[in-house]
Design a protein around this ligand. Structure first.
Ligand code: PMP
Length: 454
């Protein structure tokens, strides 16, 4: 039995709001879109109204709590970002008011759910500057998006003796599916090496692209080092050799304006939950002609035009890649997240995060024995480090006792750990709601680590 009488704080307030007070929620327009204070919906990359940390922080209910008696300092944003009120409300509203399945019903709730789901697709399309919303396939996340390309495109277009080129800084989600493809079709996986700063020199990529290369699959931003890869230049090299380019954008979309057409890639993938949206929803974008040339991924309802016991006719893209009931509330929540970052704007977000990164980089230098890993010229707010003679897990555990949430481990990038000859790293990763006081709290907590283990 759920006991609610003893609850206090923001979670209880949210619970009450979700049960009782829809009128108090962020208003919706007739078309179901959220109206923000700015009155401006959509496109995250539009110049915004600047970033006032205190106003921003008030929107993130989870920040309003203590952990082990200390105010929560959340620096695990590369793993998943906290959710603003409008995202929580959008998801709540979907289940509370518009709860129906999409694409099949003629009744009002189903029509509202369908509209909301399709408007979310439009929002995503314009967020990444896709030519059309039909190029946007909803999936569970980056991992599923990459696996979809692996199984519905790569195994058809890559053969024995061909090569897939990745880099040494990839997340396992952008390594393992390609190893599986290579095994299935007899192709070879090649990786361009990472230099001591955590960059992947363009020359190392160029040296590995040949007529055998069918696909170049790269992170836009490294989840461990924050390195930003020169996607446009890499795409130009790949295309000159006839290869396609897949970009793992999981760590890019929360921090910078992404324009898939300007990047010149063929596939772009990301997860909603790192962009302040819900878990379980993500995006595969691909050029329409490529989507049209792909084979099927999963079969079932929602992706068919007609079925007899002998044969099935399929719908056009993107629907033929979305078998089964989709994560409707997730898509709607993702749209709210996109609209939220749109009210601030990436210019303000990245200026804020750049300032914090510089501040944090300088302050980490105060901790004895700390080795910062990842110092590439172009990087986002990710600070991975080790401290001499202290296991990263101990670092994470001790700073947690001070209310500071960081991540420790191999960060799903074991080849990168090997490259830097460490079994694991500690990682603090920044988001738009972090402040210099968060960095100060991290440093204070690391000084406790130093005292305990030094
Ligand atoms: N690629 C990168 C660069 C990531 O950081 C992550 C998540 N840590 C993923 C892929 C996988 O994302 P998801 O677990 O949301 O599918």
């Amino acid at each position: 039995m759920v006991r609610r009488s003893g609850r206090t704080g923001p979670a209880e307030a949210m619970w009450q709001a979700s049960r009782l007070d829809y009128a108090a929620m962020t208003p919706l327009r007739d078309d179901g879109r959220t109206i923000h204070a700015s009155g401006r919906p959509d496109r995250g990359q539009e110049a915004g109204h600047g970033l006032d940390p205190q106003t921003v922080r008030a929107e993130f209910l989870a920040l309003d709590q203590t952990v082990h008696g200390h105010p929560l300092v959340y620096l695990d944003n590369a793993a998943t970002a906290l959710k603003p009120r409008c995202v929580i409300e959008a998801v709540t509203r979907m289940y509370a008011r518009d709860c129906a399945n999409v694409h099949r019903g003629v009744h009002m709730l189903s029509q509202r759910a369908t509209d909301a789901y399709e408007q979310a697709r439009e929002s995503v399309g314009s967020f990444i500057n896709a030519e059309s919303a039909a190029e946007v396939v909803f999936v569970r996340g980056t991992t599923e998006a990459i696996n979809l390309v692996a199984q519905a495109w790569a195994i058809e277009h890559i053969g024995p003796g061909d090569q897939i080129l990745i880099t040494g800084l990839e997340h396992h989600a952008n390594i393992v599916p390609w190893q599986m493809v290579c095994k299935q079709v007899g192709a070879e996986l090649v990786a361009a090496p990472v230099d001591d700063t955590g960059a992947v020199p363009l020359a190392e990529i160029q040296a590995r692209i040949s007529k055998r290369t069918r696909l170049v699959a790269i992170a836009h931003v490294s989840n461990v080092l924050g390195t930003v890869l020169p996607v446009r230049a890499i795409a130009d090299l790949a295309h000159a050799s006839g290869a396609l380019v897949l970009v793992d954008g999981a760590q890019a979309v929360p921090h910078m304006a992404v324009d898939v057409r300007a990047l010149g890639c063929d596939f772009y993938t990301f997860s909603g939950h790192k962009l302040y949206g819900p878990t379980g929803i993500g995006v595969l974008w691909a050029r329409r002609d490529i989507l049209a040339s792909m084979s099927l991924y999963q079969g079932g309802g929602g992706m068919i035009q007609s079925v007899t016991l002998d044969r099935t006719l399929y719908r056009d893209e993107p629907y033929r890649f979305e078998a089964g009931t989709p994560h409707i509330a997730g898509a709607v929540g993702l749209r709210a997240a996109i609209e939220y970052v749109g009210t601030i704007g990436f210019e303000a977000i990245s200026a804020h995060e750049r300032d914090l990164l510089a501040y944090a980089t300088a302050r980490l230098g105060e901790v004895a024995g700390l080795r910062l890993i990842g110092t590439a010229g172009d990087k986002t707010g990710v600070l991975s480090f080790t401290i001499e003679s202290v296991h990263p897990h101990d670092i994470g555990t001790v700073v947690d006792t001070r209310g500071v949430a960081i991540r420790t481990g191999h960060h799903c990038a074991q080849p990168l750990m090997e490259r830097f000859a460490v079994p694991a790293m500690a990682r603090a990763s920044l988001a738009l709601y972090n402040t210099r006081s968060d960095i100060d709290a991290l440093i204070d907590a690391l000084l406790v680590v130093e005292e305990m283990f030094g």
